[in-house]
Design a protein around this ligand. Sequence first.
Ligand code: NAD
Length: 247
Amino acid sequence: MSKCLIVTGASAGIGAATARMAPAKGYTDVVVHYGRDRDGAEAVAADVRAAGAQAHVIGADVSDMDAVTTMFAEIAGLAPAPLYLVNNAGIVAPKGGIADLTPDRVRKVFEVNVFGALEVCRRAVMQMRAWGKGGGIVNISSAAARLGAPGEYTDYAASKGAIDTLTTGMAMELAPEGIRVNALRPGPIETEIHAKGGQPDRLKGMSDKIPLGRAGTPEEIAAGALWLLSEEASYVTNGFLDVSGGR
Ligand code: NAD
């Protein structure tokens, strides 16, 4: 049976690991979405195809609502199938305390992590309804939504708090339609996001703050996200899965 998975921000990190793992979990079609790194997305798509699924590489800046509309117009052209989403694209801004959280900076973070993520959810649900074959959503939140990221990036933490609330509202609204919506909150994971946020060495020396004593891998997050979407999690909705080494 065909089954389609959209992974946003799939050119690197957690999104790339999720897309690569999808064929082994029964997905026949994987939308490898990227923001700017088309080459990265093509490399992931090649691995998806080698693993036996169809890969569809689609670029869109998720903070550009017209670009998201165009992206879903392309997805609407695929063969109708149960449609699943790992809503993963996200950014952090450089380390700073509350005085550094200028309106421009906060707006940028929220435009990607909240407005973009919400619009992707909205379009995905509309497509699920149009195809009438059901589906499910996992929003990639962060342990920061619980911890607040004090003195580091509280704006980012607040954006992920918004994602948690969005998850609850959508889960309640969509449960009668059989669409389960959950959030996964990663702890510190080995990806390039830390360097992109100006802290390439962030994970070094963090192990004493993590009960399991190490950072996680993108594959450990991918496995959790794909489990939440799977039939094994058929009674889980409005759930929050902390994959954070106990942090
Ligand atoms: P990453 O930087 O490797 O990947 C982020 C992806 O999002 C990239 O593919 C990037 O191109 C994409 N993206 C960013 N802005 C975009 C935009 N405007 N439009 C389209 N795509 C955009 O980082 P990652 O660690 O893999 O992060 C993935 C998700 O996990 C993010 O939502 C992040 O907040 C969350 N997260 C990561 C960690 C961690 O420690 N790595 C911890 C908690 C939560």
